[in-house]
Ligand binder design. Structure first.
Ligand SMILES: C[S@@+](CC[C@H](N)C(=O)[O-])C[C@H]1O[C@@H](n2cnc3c(N)ncnc32)[C@H](O)[C@@H]1O
Length: 285
C-alpha cells in the first residue's frame, strides 16, 4: 500500500526518544501515519503534527510497516503485535534490536578483556534494573561474581523527579515511571540466582551497607541525581582495570545523565568512550 508519491505508509510504536529518532531517520522516505504508545497520557498528542494513538487502534489502521521505537521492552512490544495478528514481515525492529545486540556484545567483550587482563577481583552491579532484561545478561556473563541489583522496584522517586524538574530535565513529574516490576519478575530471569543480591530502595541509600569492590557496573537509572550518585559510589570502588557503563548518555529524553557524567568526569579527569549502542559510554579505570 503505497501513497501516490510511492512512499510506504508506516507507524512507529513508541512516542519516545527512540521513536522520535527513528522518525527523523525515516520520515523522508516514508509517510508516517501515526505514532503508537502505551502511555495513555500521550494519546491524542501530536509529534510534528502526527497523532499518537493507543495500541488498541493498530488493527484498524492501514499501514505497510510498523517500526518498533522502544528500547527497554521491545520484546514485549513484538509479542503484543504478534498477539494482534500483525505479521512479522510488517514489523521492523532493527533500530532497537541492533543497539540492544551491540550492548550485549559489548558486555561479553568486557568480560573477555577483564579475563585477559587478569582482573580476578570484584563484584558486578547494575543501578536501574527495572524488569531485569539487561541484568540477566550481566548475570549470564559473570556467573562467578556476586551481582548487586539496585532499584526502587517502585519506579522513579519523587525526590529524584523533583530534582529533574528543578534542573529543567523533565517537563512533567514522572514519579513512579517504571514501577511495573517486582524483585520476583527480575529474579525469575536470572540464570545464576544464588549470585544475586537484590538491593531494593532509593540509591544511594540502598548501598549504605555495601562494602565490596567492583569489576563491572552498569548505570541505567535515567536521571541526573542517581547517575551522579552512582558515579560517586562506584568509581572509587572500581578495581584497577574495572569497567563502568553509563546508559543514556546520548539520550535526547534524559538530558540529566550527560550532565551528571560530565560533572563527575570533568572534576575527576576521567575520559569515556561510546560503545556503539547509540546510547552508552564506558569508563575504564
Ligand atoms: C530504564 S530503567 C532500567 C532499564 C534496565 N537497565 C534494562 O536494561 O532493562 C530505569 C530504572 O532506574 C530505576 N531508578 C531510577 N532512579 C533510581 C534511584 N534513585 N534508586 C534506585 N533505582 C532508581 C527506576 O526505578 C527504573 O527501574
Amino acid at each position: 500500500m503505497e501513497t501516490r508519491s510511492g512512499k510506504n505508509i508506516v507507524m512507529i510504536f513508541g512516542a519516545t526518544d527512540t521513536g522520535k529518532r527513528i522518525y527523523e531517520e525515516i520520515k523522508d522516505e516514508n509517510r508516517v501515519a501515526a505514532f503508537v504508545d502505551e502511555d495513555s497520557s500521550k494519546w491524542g498528542a501530536k509529534i510534528d503534527d502526527i497523532e499518537v494513538k493507543a495500541p488498541a487502534e493498530i488493527p484498524d489502521m492501514q499501514f505497510d510497516y510498523l517500526y518498533i521505537g522502544v528500547l527497554t521492552y521491545y520484546r514485549q512490544v513484538r509479542a503484543l503485535l504478534k498477539s494482534m495478528g500483525i505479521p512479522d514481515e510488517k514489523i521492523i525492529g532493527r533500530y532497537v534490536e541492533v543497539p540492544t545486540y551491540a550492548r550485549i556484545e559489548c558486555l561479553k567483550s568486557i568480560r573477555t578483556l577483564l579475563d585477559e587482563d587478569g582482573v580476578e577481583e570484584g563484584a558486578v552491579a547494575e543501578l536501574g534494573v527495572y524488569r531485569g532484561d539487561f541484568a540477566k545478561e550481566i548475570n549470564k556473563v559473570f556467573p562467578d561474581r556476586a551481582f548487586y541489583l539496585f532499584d526502587t522496584f517502585e519506579g522513579f522517586t519523587a525526590e529524584d523527579c523533583d530534582m529533574e524538574m528543578e534542573k529543567g530535565y523533565m517537563d512533567k513529574n514522572r514519579t513512579g515511571y517504571f514501577s511495573n516490576t517486582t524483585e520476583q519478575v527480575v529474579m525469575d530471569k536470572m540464570k545464576y540466582p544464588s549470585m544475586c543480591r537484590i538491593c531494593k530502595g532509593m540509591f544511594p541509600d540502598s548501598a549504605l551497607q555495601i562494602d565490596d569492590v567492583f569489576c563491572f557496573v552498569n548505570l541505567d537509572a535515567d536521571l541526573y541525581a542517581p547517575t551522579l550518585a552512582g558515579l560517586e559510589f562506584f568509581y572509587p570502588r572500581l578495581v584497577k582495570g574495572g569497567i563502568l557503563l553509563i546508559h543514556d548518555y546520548f539520550s535526547k529524553a534524559f538530558h540529566g545523565v550527560k550532565d551528571a557524567v560530565k560533572e563527575y568526569c570533568d572534576k575527576n579527569e576521567i575520559k569515556y568512550l561510546p560503545i556503539g549502542d547509540t546510547l552508552s559510554v564506558a569508563i575504564r579505570k
